[in-house]
Design a protein around this ligand. Sequence first.
Ligand SMILES: Cc1cc2nc3c(=O)[nH]c(=O)nc-3n(C[C@H](O)[C@H](O)[C@H](O)COP(=O)(O)OP(=O)(O)OC[C@H]3O[C@@H](n4cnc5c(N)ncnc54)[C@H](O)[C@@H]3O)c2cc1C
Length: 449
Amino acid sequence: MSQPPPTQAKILIVGAGPTGLATAVSLIKHGIAVHDIVVVDSVLSGQNTSRAVVIHSATIEALESIGCFAKLDAAGIRMQEMRVQDGNGSPFLVNDFSSLHPYTKFPYACIISQAHTELELNRELEALGGQVFRPLKAVGMKPVGNGLQVSFETGQIITAQYVIAADGARSVIRSVAGISFVDPQGLDREKSGDPRISQIILADITFDSSLDHIFPVDPYTGALSICPDGLFLTFPLAHPKVQSTLYGATEPIYRIGFSVHLTKGEAPSHPGLEVLQKYVDGHGPPVLSSDPSRNPNKPVHLKKVYWSTRFRTHSAIADTFFRRIRGDTEQENGGVVMLVGDAAHIHPPIGGQGMNLGLRDAIGLGATVAKHIQSKDANNDSNLQMLQDFAKERHEKASKQIVMTKRFAWFVGSLMNPWSIPYWVVYVMGNISFFKKMLVWQLSGLGNR
Ligand SMILES: Cc1cc2nc3c(=O)[nH]c(=O)nc-3n(C[C@H](O)[C@H](O)[C@H](O)COP(=O)(O)OP(=O)(O)OC[C@H]3O[C@@H](n4cnc5c(N)ncnc54)[C@H](O)[C@@H]3O)c2cc1C
């Protein structure tokens, strides 16, 4: 850490992932002085990974409202089309994002690695005079006078009136604030997901030969293949043809993602080339296989793995996104905790909604806290209603998002079982314009900003 953080702040943001950074930028853009905000993170910079790769229209609009989208747009790839297809590549549903044209200036999804999104948000924060203090891991919090005192592993202490918990799914701030985090339907973690699709592997990789004929970038096409053994996602993540500079690579990089049935045991946490190749050959679409008996026309091999991870999905939501924490005496007014992003809600990555909802929470939270601070009597308790209303509204949106994601998960899970929804039904539905538009609308977030 180059310089120690201040011991006092009006607003302390714990966590500098996408939502912590976006909250900080939004606060400043809505008129809060940089010196009133302290942002901390437990890890050194550059340790965040690829993870989320899709920014949907509603989130693009929100990022643009705080001047943070143009650079992401320039570095990313515009996705017009996402196919849902069977294992042999026959599409039965095409999500056409251009159908959003009447409703938004941004009728596409931006494909870009989360590491890059965080990099650009961090650059914007620095350009505004802010910085992230690292490594500082929050371990405790208690009310002191007119604020909350957050303590760190290093022994440092920062007191703030507002503490924003942007510290991810395992949020320490949420836990020390005594806020629960459970599946909204009360399911326990093990039962919260479909065993066929709740263990997922993601990887950013290259192939040894061009796949431009299957997954072109202009117009852009990605695909979710419903294979007999699970789901298999493939799409171009970076391509020299469209100025994307991810990992400094000069060849196309693809994001692959697939489910591994829980009965097959726990997959390796960071699978390497050989393991990934085995999975791709074993239950990916034949066109991606290196096995000539499955892919006689042109076997392809994985060439390089830039990043990979295995994770289990489940859903959870905090019981509240707002908590006033008071001290034991009348004089100890304490302070306010607000939850944002994964600290507030998590759900399976189907549809790529997690970071999107988190970024929209964050940008709205920045505007609301700024408005609250700028209001005439910010210290008056009745004035906290503004923050409570915002938290309630975001809670409703997150609950809605979890229900929607569970429906998506059920839908794609059902496609794996031809007895549940025959392909022809989906094929017929996939050709009904209203159904197609509704699906894209849901994915875009425009109906759940
Ligand atoms: C493997 C994987 C794949 C995903 N894929 C997708 C996808 O395709 N699409 C999508 O939309 N979403 C996806 N997500 C979800 C997405 O990554 C999250 O929704 C997003 O990162 C949430 O951002 P956040 O800022 O709320 O939390 P995080 O990104 O988790 O950031 C939290 C930050 O807080 C810091 N921190 C944690 N604890 C402390 C502490 N005690 N003190 C100080 N700092 C702390 C961490 O270092 C981190 O920088 C994926 C997630 C994972 C894990």
